[in-house]
Design a protein around this ligand. Structure first.
Ligand code: NDP
Ligand code: 8X3
Length: 251
């Protein structure tokens, strides 16, 4: 029987690549994001491979999250695998100059949003005594870097939530995987730099960044291992990256 996967942030980057890969495996997928037109396009394309259901909501809006999850038809309500991927960095400034609106966007989206989505799904998983939660953290959680401190803090929180979920949920037969990607070439930097594509391109210049498909492959590995195995944590760098701020570029 096909397992049901819910992916947040499926409209772009890592989430989209994951939806595209899992659609060709033995899964039915609930794709989530805020951009309805992108969701519709993805649903149309992936429906050629498997059953797809799309949900439009902002993870920061608790009521919208609840309404969206409650609106799932009965046959889609039992989520076997939750991939908490939605998130972004906003701005690259020292705390002294940072915009509090950017801090809100990161803390509300990357941390509280993950909790809002997880709670109702965890309740259902606990009743069924099975499930798997995959949280997309970042290498930014491993090492704090100047100007990205609030983003780093939000991803450190994701690490702690993953650890805590594993501690609380193992007795219910629920697995929790925390993935820390290094630099992946997606819209991430375009969002961080508020649409400045030229500045975003400098992040990926002079070396081969990870592709979103590389992280999709890792997620696929984690959710396809035999049930007795729990991949608790993965840290994945591009070959040229040694730590968050140390990238060997060839110019
Ligand atoms: P993208 O900008 O390409 O994708 C981000 C996704 O998150 C989009 O689908 C976006 O959908 C969704 N999203 C963002 N904010 C919200 C929100 N408030 N409500 C609902 N959905 C939201 O970036 P990535 O694919 O790179 O990022 C995915 C995850 O990977 C993030 O958690 C990021 O922190 C993490 N990560 C990324 C790395 C990188 O180098 N790219 C490295 C390490 C971790 P929409 O706009 O439609 O709402
Ligand atoms: C995104 C990777 O190194 O820009 O999480 O923080 S990094």
């Amino acid at each position: 029987m096909k397992r049901t996967v819910l992916i947040t942030g499926a409209t772009s980057g890592i989430g989209k690549a994951t939806a595209e890969l899992l659609a060709k495996q033995n899964f039915r997928i609930i794709i989530c994001g805020r951009r309805e037109a992108v969701l519709n396009d993805l649903e149309n394309r992936l429906s050629a491979f498997t059953e797809i259901f799309s949900l439009k909501f902002d993870v920061r809006n608790k009521e919208a999250v609840e309404n969206a999850l409650n609106s799932l038809p009965e046959e889609w309500k039992n989520v076997d695998i939750l991939i908490n991927n939605a998130g972004n960095a906003h701005g690259l400034d020292p705390i002294s100059d940072g915009n509090p609106e950017d801090w809100d966007a990161m803390m509300d989206g990357n941390v509280k949003g993950l909790l809002y989505v997880s709670q109702p799904i965890i309740k259902m998983m606990k009743i069924r005594k099975s499930g798997h939660i995959v949280n997309i953290s970042s290498v930014a959680a491993r090492q704090t870097y100047a100007n990205g401190v609030v983003y780093c803090a939000s991803k450190k929180a994701v690490d702690i939530l993953s650890e805590g979920m594993r501690i609380e949920l193992t007795e219910f037969g629920i697995k929790v995987t925390n993935i820390q990607p290094g630099i992946v070439e997606t819209d991430f930097s375009k969002v961080r730099f508020k649409g400045d594509e030229k500045r975003a391109a400098t992040v990926y210049a002079g070396f081969e960044a990870l592709k979103p498909e590389d992280i999709a492959d890792a997620i696929s590995y984690c959710i396809n291992v035999p049930d007795r195995i729990s991949i608790a944590e993965l840290c994945i760098y591009p070959k040229a990256q040694a730590e968050p701020r140390m990238v060997y570029r060839k110019f």
